[in-house]
Structure formats: C-alpha cells, structure tokens
Design a protein around this ligand. Structure first.
Ligand SMILES: NC(=O)c1ccc[n+]([C@@H]2O[C@H](COP(=O)([O-])OP(=O)(O)OC[C@H]3O[C@@H](n4cnc5c(N)ncnc54)[C@H](O)[C@@H]3O)[C@@H](O)[C@H]2O)c1
Length: 247
C-alpha cells in the first residue's frame, strides 16, 4: 500500500517541521525527495533521509514567494531528478496581530508565502505533470482557514484561499491525471506552534476533542495517502487532520 518507489517529490518548506516529516514519510515509501526551503540550515537533513531510506534527497534554496526563484529551482529539480510526480506545497509563515495593528507588509508577506506561492508552483509544474499523465499536488491549508481566529486576518485569508485554489485547480486538471487536494492540520507540535504560551497550548488542547496536539507525522501520513496511487479518485478534497476540531 502507498508504494512510491520510482516517484520523485518536491516538498516546499521541507527542511523542518511538517514539511521535513512529509519528506521522511514519502521517502520511507520509496520516493526521491527534493526539499525546497528559504533556509537550508546546517543540519544535513537530506543526508539523514538518504542514509535512512536509501533514496535520493536533495535540498534547494528557494523562496516560494519569488516567482523567478521558483521557476529556476523547479527547472533545476526536473533536470536533476528527470521527472516530478508529486508536489507538496507546505511552506508557510505566520505574522499574527490584531487587524488594527497589522502592517501592510505582514498581510502581504503571509499571502505571498502561503497562497500566491501555490499559484506560482502549480504553474511551474502542471504542464510537466500533464505530459506525464500523472501527478499529485497536496496543498497545506489549516483549520484556521475553516474556523478562523482573531489576530490572524492575514493567515486565515491565506489558508481559506488555499482551499479555494485547491478546489478550482482540482476541477481544471481532473481529466488530465493530476489530482489536487488539501490537508488542513489543527494544532501540530512544530516550531510554528512553539511560539504559543503554555496557557494558550492548554486552552487549545482542551478545545480539541482528542485533548492533545497532533504530531508532524499525523499530517505527513495524510499527505502520503493523497500522494499515492490509491487516492486516484480523490480530487478537490480538504482532509482535516485535527483531532476532531472541525467535526
Ligand atoms: N504547526 C501547526 O500547528 C500548523 C497547523 C495548520 C497548518 N500548518 C501549516 O503547515 C505548514 C508547515 O508548518 P510548520 O508548523 O511545519 O511550520 P515551520 O515554521 O516549523 O516550518 C515551515 C518551513 O517553511 C519554510 N519557509 C518559510 N518561508 C518560506 C519561503 N518563503 N520559501 C520557502 N520555504 C519557506 C521555513 O524555513 C520552514 O522550514 C505551513 O503551511 C503551516 O501554515 C501548521
């Protein structure tokens, strides 16, 4: 089940948190992985994946909010790997503040990284996938694009937008062998949520029907399913991974 041997995947924001776990889970199933990130760090994450799963893993510096950078790096990945079958649009940022204090640049940067990037990366890969008559695109939405919180006008708008672009593009390419779905995580333990205070974490945990935060691998397993051949008849779907928050 969920065999990905011989498939090649691009994961944006792949060097830590949920993105890195997505790369590990796809690699475990045999996929070669290209990890795109604005910051490659010094932790040799790709080498760890290669050593553990005997697949090809390579990191690329790429700011997904920069159209030219995306075009250049995608071309390079196709050259390096020969073919790209799976794209996981995971890169995301928060710049939370109440609307009256939110700066224009905080609104614009969150939209550019979380939403506009998906328009750009999808355009950069879709012809290639259509030519191969097979492709899987998984976009990272959020519970906060469905049940929205105050102080996140930028983030909530970007993640609601991710759901919109997912459904629209899913219909555009449904007859071309390319499925496009979204995953909507709830509260997941990563550096993004490490910014929350202990009181906030307790409050959020008590609101979750499962009474616990999720782990990056919970989200990664949902991405694996949507990236697999087994999910071939599913497109335009938003899969919540949130311990029941959105039930
Ligand atoms: N952690 C959660 O609770 C949670 C909940 C719902 C949705 N999400 C979404 O999941 C995704 C991953 O979140 P995470 O918690 O792992 O975050 P994280 O901050 O731990 O990791 C995000 C990664 O994206 C990279 N990145 C940031 N800006 C980038 C850019 N412009 N270009 C390329 N890479 C960039 C970062 O360097 C980092 O490696 C995001 O889209 C986030 O909105 C997270």
């Amino acid at each position: 089940m969920f065999e990905l041997k011989g498939k090649n995947a691009i994961i944006t924001g792949g060097m830590r948190g949920i993105g890195f776990e997505v790369a590990r889970v796809l690699a475990k199933q045999g996929a070669n992985v290209a990890l795109l990130d604005v910051n490659l760090g010094e932790n040799e994450a790709e080498k760890g994946i290669t050593d553990e799963f005997s697949v090809r893993a390579k990191g690329y510096v790429c700011d997904v909010s920069n159209t030219d950078a995306v075009a250049g790096v995608f071309k390079q990945v196709i050259e390096d790997f020969g073919q790209v079958d799976i794209l996981v649009n995971n890169a995301g940022i928060t710049r939370d503040s109440l609307l009256m204090r939110m700066k224009d640049e905080d609104f614009d940067s969150v939209i550019a990284v979380n939403l506009r990037s998906i328009f750009v990366t999808t355009k950069a890969i879709i012809r290639h996938m259509m030519k191969n008559k097979w492709g899987r695109i998984v976009n990272m939405a959020s519970i906060n694009g469905i049940v929205c919180q105050p102080g996140q006008a930028n983030y909530a708008a970007s993640k609601a937008g991710v759901i919109g672009i997912t459904k629209s593009t899913a219909k555009e390419f449904a007859a071309k062998g390319v499925t496009i779905n979204a995953v909507a995580p709830g509260f997941i333990r990563t550096e993004m949520t490490a910014k929350l205070t202990e009181d906030q974490v307790k409050m959020f945990e008590s609101a979750v029907p499962m009474k616990d935060m999720g782990l990056p691998e919970d989200v990664a397993n949902a991405c694996l399913f949507l990236a697999s051949e087994e999910a071939r008849y599913i497109t335009g779907h938003v899969l919540s991974v949130d311990g029941g928050l959105n039930a």
